[in-house]
Ligand binder design. Structure first.
Ligand code: FAD
Ligand code: DHB
Length: 391
């Protein structure tokens, strides 16, 4: 097989890249280990930054988003006995949208089908070869068991934290930075109308809690839990009790309405950055190059921002033979990666309890400053609603 670009991974980064490349007249083949149904059903991120919405809209992918998504002006930040609303639109002129990653994925798959995009699901044994030559290739076994070789000009690793692409950069070239946090999130989806208009991020001595949502009838909620937590130890009643305590049920007349829980899972929290994001004819984008803890909702947005830089860079390289943007890709993308890595770490360490009494007082002082000072609130708002692409 021959194509211009081999994209490993059909998550949001991979499918959006194939979409943007197609719009520039660059053909690609996408290889994905999982089934189409599995990829479409994964419950993950829920918040889109201003620039993500702009980019998806500009790419013709904003129709359902604007119909079914929900634009939010900001978030509520709280600690016991206090809740403050931060209005990002007033502070920065930028809003965020509640629109689940599952919905983004659906829109991308639909657009891929409509343009006849070659996406191979359920492939195995993906291997990357000759990446530092002008003729890299990828070998894999298709779902029907046949072996294939795909010859391309460029390979893009969009295969997330567990794919083979990041390890294809030789150990002598790559550098990585990592932080593992001493807590995880228990995430639940519930068939109940959200008890809040906008997201609540809550600091509590028993641990962080967050109230998010997916629609007018579906709530998404998270609880800080110790690493190694077994979901079996968290009955629905225990989840709702902990959420009520930490989110302040009864505080100033606010009530949390419980409902049937339809999914429950534990997410570990990690920061990871690998550089460079380009090695020869291999480019990395999204979780393949970096992971952030979920506090602050940056993972999906960062994957979109990488691809927004990479698509024009590859088009210049492959259509005009101009290498400038491709050469600059890693350094340019990493500026935003480190900004988001810092912001996610900052939100995480401000909101999660570690049992240290001194740290608790620092967290409460910081929360009060962020919630009540315009300078503090603007810093959070600017990062949360997202800096412009190319920042
Ligand atoms: P992915 O979505 O991981 O896609 C990578 C794709 O590559 C996958 O489809 C995978 O199956 C495929 N792949 C892997 N190996 C191979 C291979 N060998 N060959 C071919 N394909 C391969 N972010 C937030 O902002 N908020 C959240 O609440 C949030 N929750 C999350 C919950 C979970 C459980 C996880 C894992 C992530 C969460 N994230 C969240 C992060 C966010 O979902 C990711 O940052 C985002 O999906 C990154 O997109 P991506 O396309 O780079 O990677
Ligand atoms: C969601 C996840 C996040 O990590 C976050 O900061 C906000 C919302 C969500 O899944 O809805």
């Amino acid at each position: 097989m021959r194509s211009r670009v081999a994209i490993v991974g059909a998550g949001p980064a991979g499918l959006l890249l194939s979409h943007l490349l197609a719009a520039e007249g660059v053909e690609s083949v996408v290889l994905e280990t999982r089934s189409r149904e599995y990829v479409a059903a994964r419950v993950r991120a829920g918040i889109l930054e201003h620039s993500t919405v702009e980019l998806l809209t500009g790419a013709g992918l904003g129709g359902r988003l604007r119909e079914r998504g929900d634009e939010h002006r900001g978030i509520h930040l709280q600690w016991p006995h206090e809740r403050h609303h931060l209005d990002f639109v007033d502070l920065t002129g930028r809003s965020v949208w509640v629109y689940g990653q599952t919905e983004v994925q659906k829109d991308l798959v639909e657009a891929a089908d409509a343009r006849g995009q070659d996406v191979r699901y359920e492939v195995t044994g993906v291997e990357l070869h000759e990446l530092t030559t002008e003729r890299p290739h990828v070998t894999f076994t298709a779902a029907d068991g046949t072996a294939h070789r795909l010859d391309v000009d460029v390979v893009v690793g969009c295969d997330g934290s567990f794919g083979p692409s990041r390890a294809a950069v030789p150990g002598t070239v790559r550098r990585s930075w990592e932080r593992t946090y001493p807590y995880s999130w228990l995430g639940v989806l519930a068939d109940v109308a959200p008890s809040t208009d906008e997201l609540i991020y809550a600091w509590h001595p028993e641990g962080f809690a967050m109230h998010s949502m997916r629609s007018a009838t579906v709530s998404r909620l998270y609880l800080q839990v110790p690493n190694g937590t077994d979901v079996a130890d968290w009955s629905d009643d225990r989840v709702w009790d902990a959420l009520a305590t930490r989110l302040g049920h009864g505080q100033d007349g606010w009530e949390l309405t419980p409902g049937p829980i339809t999914s429950k899972s534990v997410l570990p929290m990690r920061s990871y950055v690998q550089t460079p994001m380009r090695h020869g004819r291999l480019f990395l984008a999204g979780d393949a190059a970096h992971t952030v803890p979920p506090t602050g909702a940056k993972g999906l947005n960062l994957a979109v921002a990488d691809v927004a830089l990479l698509a024009p860079a590859l088009a210049e390289l492959l259509v005009k033979g101009d290498t400038a943007l491709a050469d600059a890709y890693s350094d340019t993308a990493l500026r935003r990666v480190w900004r988001c890595t810092h912001f996610s770490w900052w939100m995480t360490t401000m909101l999660h309890t570690s049992g240290d009494r001194f740290d608790e007082q620092l967290q409460l002082s910081q929360l009060r400053w962020v919630a009540t000072s315009e300078a503090g609130a603007t810093g959070l708002a600017e990062n949360y609603a997202g800096l412009p692409i190319g920042f």
